[in-house]
Design a protein around this ligand. Structure first.
Ligand SMILES: *[C@@H]1O[C@H](CO)[C@@H](O)[C@H](O)[C@H]1NC(C)=O
Ligand SMILES: *[C@@H]1O[C@H](CO)[C@@H](O)[C@H](O)[C@H]1NC(C)=O
Ligand SMILES: *[C@@H]1O[C@H](CO)[C@@H](O)[C@H](O)[C@H]1NC(C)=O
Ligand SMILES: *[C@@H]1O[C@H](CO)[C@@H](O)[C@H](O)[C@H]1NC(C)=O
Ligand SMILES: *[C@@H]1O[C@H](CO)[C@@H](O)[C@H](O)[C@H]1NC(C)=O
Length: 205
């Protein structure tokens, strides 16, 4: 009975500890002009959290409370048959606090890691969880899940290079007024000169 009660308590806390503000997962080949079939990429995760729910430490969010905020890894969510060796060496979601604002109640964290994958590897990775920050006018009354997704595409381009994906940094959260049209600027840069850049809204989480 006591065990059941404790589990219920922990389960409730996990769901109610709304702490995540969003983020991005970027990657870039370390040597885009290399002709080697073994490709080093630098994967950089940026996340935004609720402060002071999450503490400004290394190994965010586990360092705040490893039971409530466990360490998980970026998992393959699509095209997993072409993920190569990624499944045996997945990337931790842990990042390190870079700044926080007590007045805005926001904490930012970041970490870069290098991994080596084979040429022609092509798969989607994601950080998936629930416990989104409290949302006014949420589209769903149940706890809205979220996915921060990135496509790792190491298929060689027609010009022989490994593509460096465009990068965008939009701070999260962005506040809008219900039923009013809002403009959200999404600045994008691409180191591959002349590449066509397009944006789209995700249709589901
Ligand atoms: C890589 O190749 C591109 C296109 O051929 C070229 O513009 C660029 O200068 C090269 N970069 C390096 C570091 O050699
Ligand atoms: C990725 O998966 C989609 C959907 O299954 C498929 O159409 C596409 O060909 C796959 N791409 C690669 C490069 O494997
Ligand atoms: C890379 O691809 C080669 C040929 O398909 C395969 O033999 C090798 O095990 C792969 N290496 C990794 C690290 O996946
Ligand atoms: C990743 O590799 C590049 C090129 O070797 C190196 O400059 C960079 O410091 C490495 N980054 C990390 C996080 O290890
Ligand atoms: C927004 O518009 C919808 C449809 O007209 C309406 O039902 C809803 O009450 C509005 N919400 C607010 C907060 O004004």
């Amino acid at each position: 009975m006591i065990i059941l009660f404790l589990l219920t308590l922990i389960g409730t806390n996990v769901i109610e500890s709304s702490h995540f503000n969003g983020g991005t997962i970027n990657w870039a080949p370390a040597y885009p002009n290399s002709s080697s079939s073994s490709i080093v990429i630098t994967v950089t995760q940026f996340y935004s959290w609720q402060y002071p729910t999450i503490s400004c430490l290394t190994d965010v969010p586990t360092s705040t409370n490893w039971i409530l905020y466990p360490s998980v890894t970026l998992t393959c969510v699509a095209n997993c048959s072409t993920q190569g060796s990624y499944s045996s060496n997945t990337i931790s979601i842990l990042t390190d606090c870079t700044s926080y604002s007590a007045s805005l109640g926001i904490l930012s964290s970041q970490r870069s890691v290098n991994i080596t994958l084979n040429e022609s590897t092509y798969f989607w990775i994601a950080y998936r969880d629930v416990s989104w920050r409290p949302l006014a006018n949420a589209a769903t009354s149940v706890f809205p899940g979220w996915s921060i997704v990135s496509l790792i595409n190491l298929q060689r381009r027609p010009d022989g290079l490994i593509n460096t994906p465009p990068v965008s940094q939009v701070t999260s959260p962005q506040y809008v007024i219900v039923n009013n049209t809002a403009t959200i600027e999404i600045p994008v840069t691409d180191v591959d000169v002349g590449d066509d850049i397009r944006c789209r809204w995700s249709s589901k989480n």
